[in-house]
Design a protein around this ligand. Sequence first.
Ligand code: TEU
Ligand code: CA
Length: 580
Amino acid sequence: RAEAKWWREAVVYQIYPRSFCDSNGDGIGDICGIISKIDYLKDLGVDVVWLSPIYASPQHDMGYDISDYRRIHPEYGTMEDWECLLNELHKAGIKLIMDLVVNHTSIDHPWFVQSRSSNDNVKRDWYHWQPPKYDAEGRRQPPNNWRSFFGKGSAWEWDENTQEYYLRVFTKEQPDLNWENPTMRAAVREVVTFWLDKGVDGFRIDAINYICKADGYPDSEIVDESSRFQPAMHLYMNVGNVHKYLRELHVATFSQYDVMTVGETPYVPATQLALDYVHPDRKEFDMIFQWEHMDIDRVPGSLLKWKPWKLPELKKIFNCWQRLMFENGGWNSLYMENHDQGRSISRFGSDRPEFRGVSGKLLAMMLGTLSGTLYIYQGQEIGMTNPTKWGLKDYPDIVTKTYILEEKEQRIRDTGETEPDMKDLLQDIRLKARDNGRTPIPWNSLQPSAGFTTGTPWMPLNPDFAVCNVDAAVKDTTSIFHFWKKLLSIRAGWKTLVYGSFELLSPEDPHIFAYRRTLPGSASALVVLNLSSQSVDWEFPLDLNHFGNIRGVFNNYPMPSTISNHFSMRPWECRLYTYD
Ligand code: TEU
Ligand code: CA
């Protein structure tokens, strides 16, 4: 059993500031807007706010490209506003964790401006610079065949002034920092300490398993015929000295304060590697965001191509992670949404009007009855869904745009048509695009902008805000919002749900996700979820006589008055039982 810690029991609410609440009518959410909603967060029952980046940034990747780690982006407010936010949250008993983006900076960061100014600048080595290669025809080529993470282009960008390439795994405006440089690492530690000394309660650390690159930048041996540049994740993720540098960071900074840390680590499987990042003895992070359940509906190797998935695969993923951490002293994070993902109801539930409510509640129960630190993304608590009617031109995110462009180029090459038909991409984008999770929060049903702004929103709202908005959700005691609220209060008083063991029942059942949770000295829990739009009969696979005094605690349909081995589960029905 994991040692009790505040951050293990915490419910974290992620705020994507641009889309949360606009206080001054410029159409862009801001810090004062967040301050105005603290009572709402308190009412929901959250313990911690995670703020996506609010630092100075040219916003090529929505603030994940930082040009000054110690300043607030003017569109979001001032440092005084931020200090006021921290104070007001703390007064309300809510902690604040910040996004820490130190795999890369913005091209506008003074570190990079200096680094690119000349080949012998003192900061030259703070980034990855390499001379070009030349092919047989004498044409200039990047130093290796690595593909960028955001598309099929090269991960290297040519710099005319100094006649070398710099590495940038994400967009060309996000050059990767060179973590092999000790002075650079010391500068990162100073940034972390700057915020810790201001009183923040921890960090979500962006793309942190990317910080080291394979020694000598070897070519990737993978061959994808559709592109000159090849997937190279295995050469720039989880390699080299990554663990050494994270421990160095932890020891010098996090460990000196009572804070929580969650590392964002795509492509870390449920193996020893995950434990290496999160086991307390390792002194790296308290937990990581694993990605396996988020990638279950994506064609591997593609940017946004959707693929169908089956429930037993999802159960297997949760089972592996729950057991890995419980049995080996690690700790899980629990999430179904964030600013990089489509809405969970649209992907894992059903956004048909008759099922949005029940399936949203079921997904809440699923997440809220697993072991780990629970994360809710803004809008998830009112059951927001993906926009269903947008066209290809309506999606502003750089990843979506790249996906459409590369598909188009491919089709032009394949068919010779200049305007190939692209409509079939809409299914992928309507399910998988990051934009789906970034639409502004509808605070009420008022036209034209649902109380998000009095001006023109930076990005269109989901047109369904007349139905799905905060005001309506708070007023309706049967809403998903009230379900979450009750669930969080149940979880807060029931240690089994946070710390208990996990036992999966009926792993192969195609519709039912059922598990029990036990913890010595605390009541046990049984959870039965029907993840389908049909009624399902399920035979309880164990002997109910061993479940002493079993009784229902919480559900999204009226709970049947008696319990037998035969469960008749209505569409998207979820039930939480307790027993001795
Ligand atoms: O995401 C890291 C990451 O790997 C993403 O590229 C993710 O795979 C992608 O968004 C899925 O479409 C973090 C941030 O969460 C993301 O918003 C940033 O764009 C990225 O880092 C670069 O900072
Ligand atoms: Ca604003």
